[in-house]
Design a protein around this ligand. Structure first.
Ligand code: NDP
Ligand code: 8X3
Length: 251
């Protein structure tokens, strides 16, 4: 039987690339996100690759929706070997004194609470089987802070802490936890952060070569295909042109 990978935030960017690469590597795939049409299109693409796929459209911020979607999984789909907690976003770059509560709540509800709701439903399935691997998409924003990053950085510091905490709680259940902390990856991330301002989003990567969604997907695939006794705990990955969140070599 093929292993099952559940990837949240698969309608775009890192999640989409990870779903496609995991399907190519022989996993059957559960994909989730809010944009149903994109999910169904991706599901078709994955099916054409010969993998089975289950698209689940829901908002990770809605605990009841999360519970229903995962609680109603058929037996086959409950055997989730790998959970990739990828759904997440940054909204806004205001300094703290000008922060918008609505932006803060979207980030906290998605990046921390959404990740927790998903994990709360999937982890017991893994514990019951005494096997599994949870991959959390954190960020270098979970290792450092930078101007205007305030609440986004706080949410990713929380993910970093939760990865460590999950690893401790999961230890006796033989479940691996991998924290992935990328630097700049050109996806829809900056378009969302700048609320649809594509020019501002483009400028983030001006004069430098950012990582691609495929670079991160390759890294995730490497982590989830190690032998049973090997766990990559924490992976920091940046473009060659980036040293940290502030030092970027633009030419
Ligand atoms: P994208 O914007 O391209 O993709 C984000 C994904 O998250 C989409 O599929 C989106 O789906 C999903 N998502 C967002 N909010 C929700 C929600 N409320 N419910 C369900 N799904 C949701 O960005 P990336 O691929 O770059 O981001 C993926 C992860 O990687 C995020 O956690 C991000 O913080 C992290 N990251 C990104 C970096 C970057 O530079 N790009 C660097 C470091 C970390 P939909 O809108 O359909 O719901
Ligand atoms: C995304 C990377 O540097 O914009 O998490 O915070 S950064």
């Amino acid at each position: 039987m093929k292993k099952i990978a559940f990837i949240t935030g698969a309608t775009s960017g890192i999640g989409k690339a990870t779903a496609l690469k995991a399907a190519a590597a022989g996993f059957d795939i559960i994909i989730s996100g809010r944009r149903k049409e994109r999910l169904l299109q991706l599901a078709d693409d994955i099916r054409r690759m010969g993998a089975e796929v289950l698209p689940l459209a829901f908002d990770v911020r809605d605990p009841e929706a999360v519970k229903t979607a995962i609680g109603q999984l058929e037996d086959k789909w409950q055997n989730i070997a790998v959970l990739v907690n990828n759904a997440g976003l940054a909204v806004g770059t205001n300094p703290i004194q000008e922060g918008l509560l609505e932006d803060w709540e979207r980030m906290i509800d998605t990046n921390i609470k959404g990740l927790l709701y998903i994990t709360r439903e999937v982890a017991p399935l893994m514990v019951a089987r005494q096997n599994g691997h949870i991959v959390n998409l954190a960020s270098i924003a979970g290792k450092e802070v930078y101007p205007g990053g305030n609440v986004y950085c706080a949410t990713k510091h929380a993910v970093d802490a939760l990865s460590k905490a999950m690893r401790v709680d999961m230890l006796k259940h033989h479940i691996k936890v991998t924290n992935i902390a990328p630097g700049m990856v050109e996806t829809e991330f900056s378009i969302v952060r700048y609320k649809g301002d594509e020019e501002a989003a483009k400028n983030v990567y001006k004069g430098m070569t950012p990582l691609t969604n495929e670079d991160i997907a390759d890294t995730i695939l490497f982590a989830i295909t190690r032998p049973a006794h090997v766990c990559l705990n924490d992976i920091v990955i940046m473009p060659t042109a980036q040293a940290n969140s502030r030092d970027v070599n633009r030419e």
